[in-house]
Write a protein that binds this ligand. Structure first.
Ligand code: BGC
Length: 746
């Protein structure tokens, strides 16, 4: 948030030692306290609590404070994103909220010295195509959060990648609603396995960061149901998050946090979501409209232009503009999330607890190793021979660390920050710094190749880099593209003349490897000149070790792209962020957070509807540089004896075999094309580990969500002939067959 900058000094004054929580431990379980009766549903227990609360207690629970600005600061508040005081006499917990997309965040080191495990970016997790990996990652984050006395995690980012250039893509799970939804659901369930609440966010269509707080996203509702809403629908069904965070932007006219169609009709009526809707920070613009539309809690109220949900809500109730029953419902919903997640029955510790950082670092490394994608490997350049004598590393601060993405998800990782560059301008300047995790590829490569002379050059002088490359056996260029919340990058091209650096190094050494540390896709004009390219994303606090293991073949790459990589920006539905005619001043690009009325809105039309990513390319009969689902391995796999079936549970059973000499994972994918001819959809996948020579029989059953269409207000599977394709990725089909599928429902 733009307003955060002036707070930093203030934040640092607030004590970092977590004060004891005042939550009262009541063990009574008698009839006078039905809310303690674990045999009742979470909703019934929540309703009983609401009855026992005073009006003032209810009004206090529906608005949260922004700790850096809260005055007076409650004694047990520590700097983080949010705080909502509880009701100790009823055992209602104080909500202690932290950002946690990739680990327990600590932006701009609000809590001096407080570090946490930094997982790789969410896109890396998505690239594992491994739901269990996502669950484990969530469990790690949740465990650390709880041990640090937080109990509501602002996590579960599942906005679909509509635009390859979106600054926040690294925090999300890619372009496919089924993959993203399943991954988000698993990660949320992992967080909540610690008896704390996770959100799913940002509901909905916060698809570009430029003007996020004012723009009006326009889309046809059926298309929305089959794309972004579908990702949330699945994530909510699988993960059961206690809370949904509504987004900053407008959708078809109304702000997300006062959008009755989305918050009430879709979320509550259609999906029967029992938990609460909290606003994004600075995303509330009204009392009556928001309350009646379905917003349950105003978050970080100091960031809004007013305290909409406290005294003004009381006044609106007294004036008959908001029914009193609505306030009861808001509190009931919050408490339902608090009880259903297990938080109510398992109060958060009062003081910080020990954390097994070593085990968590290993978990972070496993995600990176499984999510890094080998994009290109000509002439067997990779894996690197451990007999190489001279290896030169160039650029990207690879001597000291790996890059991370910026914004509210920023973790200050265990091991410290070797490089940190403050921003001097732009919407993220107030709360983001370009930050490297202390995980040095140079160190990790030296450890794996002790026989070699491994040197590092920063790449600022392309001629020197080329000279060093010329005299080395292998040259590895580490290229970086930093992206952040609140801003979209100026371009998909690598900044700071890195393209020229890569070209000159590749010319000097035929065994050049490019490692990309990027939030998402970047343009690769040099691709034909470089024999090997590794997509490392933002690989987290053990990224250097994971990369070294992949480069030397200790780990066989198995990641698959959860997002299509365009050849040019012009191929995309929108080559650049949409801005109003005449442009917007840079200072306004995050404006509207808290004061939206002062900035005129503009429309962003998502006319591609549900044809996102690989479906967009299919619809246009165009080809990206690398397709969705793509990724190479150091071994070869075969698919054979495929047997397709139609009927109510259509799919394919296939034998997958590892033909090579190294163990590795293969990810067979099933895509369906409906009788209406609309572009293919990912319907199933399986990550299968195989030892050399080993085979396995794998069954992929099409997910009903991939077969159904949103029609006449509901999901329906049309009967007819569907094409099932067993594929390596969204383009490379191994075998396909047309099968008959009967008419049906989800
Ligand atoms: C972001 C949210 C985040 C919140 C609290 C907002 O600016 O959009 O993702 O959870 O801040 O820090």
């Amino acid at each position: 948030m733009i307003v955060k900058r002036s707070l930093i000094a203030l934040v640092l004054l607030v004590s970092v030692a977590p004060a004891p929580l005042v939550a009262q431990q009541v063990t009574k379980n008698d009839a006078s306290q039905p809310w303690r009766n674990k045999r009742l549903s979470a909703e019934a227990r929540a309703a009983a609590l609401v009855k026992a609360m005073t009006g003032a207690e209810k009004l206090r629970y529906v608005h949260g404070l922004f700790p850096p600005w809260a005055k007076p600061a409650p004694a047990d508040m520590i700097p983080s994103a949010g705080y909502v005081p509880g009701v100790p006499r009823l055992g209602i917990p104080t909500l202690r909220e932290s950002d946690a997309s990739l680990g327990v965040a600590n932006q701009v080191e609000q809590r001096k010295g407080d570090t946490a495990t930094a997982l790789p970016s969410s896109l890396t997790t998505a690239a594992t195509f491994d739901v269990e990996m996502a669950r484990k990652g969530g469990a790690v984050i949740g465990a650390e959060a709880r041990a640090k006395t937080f109990n509501v995690l602002l996590a579960g980012g599942v906005n679909l990648t509509r635009d390859a250039w979106n600054g926040r893509n690294f925090e999300y799970l890619g372009e496919d609603p089924l993959l993203a939804g399943r991954m988000a659901g698993a990660s949320i369930a992992g967080v909540q396995s610690n008896h704390i609440v996770s959100t799913v966010k940002h509901f909905i269509l916060n698809s570009q960061e430029t003007g996020r707080a004012v723009l009006n996203a326009r889309i046809d509702e059926a298309a929305l149901r089959e794309s972004d809403l579908l990702a949330f629908e699945i994530a909510i069904a699988d993960g059961k998050p206690g809370s949904v965070m509504c987004a900053y932007n407008r959708i078809n006219g109304d702000y997300a946090c006062e959008n009755k169609r989305m918050l009430t009709d879709v979320l509550r009526t259609d999906w029967k979501y029992p938990g609460w809707v909290m606003s994004d920070w600075g995303g509330v613009h009204s009392t009556v409209k928001a309350a009646n539309a379905g917003l349950d809690q105003q978050s970080g109220q100091e960031l809004d232009s007013a305290r909409f949900f406290s005294e003004p809500l009381d006044a609106a109730i007294k004036a008959g503009q908001v029914p009193e029953a609505r306030l009861n419902e808001m509190v009931r919903r919050i408490l339902t999330g608090v009880i259903a997640s297990g938080l109510y029955d398992n109060p958060t510790p009062k003081t910080e607890q020990p954390i097994d950082y070593m085990a968590h670092a290993d978990a972070a490394q496993r995600v990176a190793e499984a999510g890094i994608v080998l994009l290109r490997n000509q002439g067997g350049v990779l894996p690197l021979a451990k007999t190489a004598k001279k290896i030169v590393l160039i650029g990207g601060h690879a001597d000291v660390g790996v890059l991370s993405g910026g914004g509210s998800s920023q973790v200050r990782s265990v091991g410290g920050v070797p490089v940190e560059i403050p921003l001097t301008e732009g919407a993220a300047a107030s709360f983001a710094r370009i930050t490297w995790h202390n995980s040095s590829p140079l160190r990790a490569i030296r450890a794996l190749a002790p026989q070699a002379q491994v040197t590092y050059l920063d790449g600022s002088d392309p001629a020197a880099a080329a000279a060093a490359a010329r005299s080395a056996d292998i040259a590895i260029v580490f290229a970086t593209h930093w992206t952040t919340e609140a801003q979209d990058p100026p371009s998909l091209a690598l900044p700071d003349r890195q393209d020229a650096l890569i070209t000159s190094v590749a010319k000097a050494n035929a065994r050049t490897v490019v490692v990309l540390e990027t939030g998402g896709p970047v343009l690769m004009p040099w691709i034909e000149q470089v024999p090997a390219v590794v997509q490392a994303w933002y690989p987290g606090q053990r990224g250097g070790e994971a990369l070294a293991a992949i480069l030397f073949g200790d780990v066989n790459p198995s990641g698959r792209l959860p997002i299509s990589f365009p050849r040019t920006a012009e191929q995309l539905p929108r080559p650049a962020p949409v801005v109003p005619a005449g442009g917007i001043p840079d200072t306004a690009s995050n404006a509207g957070v808290g004061d939206g009325s002062k900035v005129p809105a503009w429309d962003v039309d998502y006319s591609e509807g549900a044809n996102i990513g690989y479906r967009w390319y299919a619809a246009k009969r165009d080809k990206p540089l690398f397709p969705f689902g793509y990724g190479l391995s150091y071994t070869r796999f075969s698919f054979s004896s495929a047997k397709f079936v139609g009927g109510a549970r259509p799919g394919v059973t296939v034998t997958v075999r590892n033909l090579g000499k190294r163990a590795g994972a293969v990810v067979p994918q099933l895509y369906v094309t409906a009788p209406d001819g609309s572009p293919l959809r990912l319907a199933a996948w399986k990550r299968q580990w195989l030892a050399p020579g080993q085979s396995a029989r794998v069954t992929l059953t099409a997910d009903r969500y991939a077969l159904a269409r949103w029609q006449n207000g509901g999901w329906a599977v049309a009967g007819g002939k569907y094409r099932l394709a067993l594929a390596q990725d969204a383009e490379q089909v191994s075998q396909e067959q047309v099968v008959e599928i009967p008419k049906g429902s989800l």
